[in-house]
Write a protein that binds this ligand. Sequence first.
Ligand SMILES: Nc1ncnc2c1ncn2[C@@H]1O[C@H](COP(=O)(O)OP(=O)(O)O)[C@@H](O)[C@H]1O
Ligand SMILES: CC(=O)N[C@@H](CCC(=O)OP(=O)(O)O)C(=O)O
Length: 320
Amino acid sequence: MSTVSGARIRSNRAGVTAKAETLISALPWLERFHGATVVIKYGGHAMTDEALRHSFAEDVVFLRYAGLRPVIVHGGGPQINAALAANGIESTFTAGLRVTTPEAMEVVRMVLTGQVQRDVVGLINRHGPFAVGMSGEDANLFTAERKLALVDGRAVDIGQVGEIVEVQVGAVRALLDDGRVPVVSSIARGDDGEVYNVNADTAAAALAVALDATKLVVLTDVEGLYADWPASDDVVDSLTTDELAALLPELSAGMLPKMEACLHAVRGGVPQAHVLDGRVLHSLLLEIFTDEGIGTMVLPGHPGGPVLEDATWAGNGSTV
Ligand SMILES: Nc1ncnc2c1ncn2[C@@H]1O[C@H](COP(=O)(O)OP(=O)(O)O)[C@@H](O)[C@H]1O
Ligand SMILES: CC(=O)N[C@@H](CCC(=O)OP(=O)(O)O)C(=O)O
């Protein structure tokens, strides 16, 4: 046998060993998260690049085959913006929430449940036949009341924007027990007969609390929470709920509902919430199965301490 072919065999062996080591290094996490429910918020900005969309879908299917119970709550802000613009409907945001007129609500509902949710379901099912779409209206998953935004201490009307007051998780649990991956749109019904537009970060947190999830993961288009945005891009590695609560009044734009969602999820009993960079290939797998330490992690301020009393998160106790 020649030296050249011998060298090739040796280097292949080294490659195979490295692959086996990579697989084995995931063992502690596979043990820890087997059977765990993980709620993943898939942001509208994280779903624009084709390679990243497939990497997301592969990660979700991988999690499912690895024995976790992933639940997706999808966003669609940029897709709604495009549809509103195409229909000549103006749109503005107040405190990170879309001011939603009845005319805009029709477009929001159509885009989220009829377009984005279908896309996400189709994407996942190309890699494994698990995804089933649901609107928050289905089986009364989300019940909401009209939400007012706080601007400089004043309550401001922002239209048909909902604050979730009840979560009935029966249908989601049934899908999970059947081995499915629920893909949920953040639309809610109201007892008043209205349909409400709920921020998808907020909806994901309410669902994570109601499902007693092990983790909430929020995928977005930045590396995590920037400490001094936009002046610097230093990412906050981890912070407690108490530290986050103190920081909230300083946060702006899209990060405000995201970090509020992480705060409420962890205060509502979810052990960890993460904001991850959806622009990194396989960021979900890296977060769950390695100690890469990507993104920003929120942990309880007082482990074992009291849970925040907040009517918005009543979903915690009102499960079916
Ligand atoms: N402190 C901050 N750290 C990181 N991003 C911030 C911060 N404050 C505001 N942002 C903005 O929030 C955006 C993420 O929110 P959003 O656009 O709603 O994303 P998504 O569609 O993923 O929900 C970032 O792209 C960034 O422009
Ligand atoms: C009330 C409110 O703001 N609702 C959001 C719902 C979609 C969403 O949250 O999408 P992203 O996660 O991609 O931002 C909206 O209308 O844009």
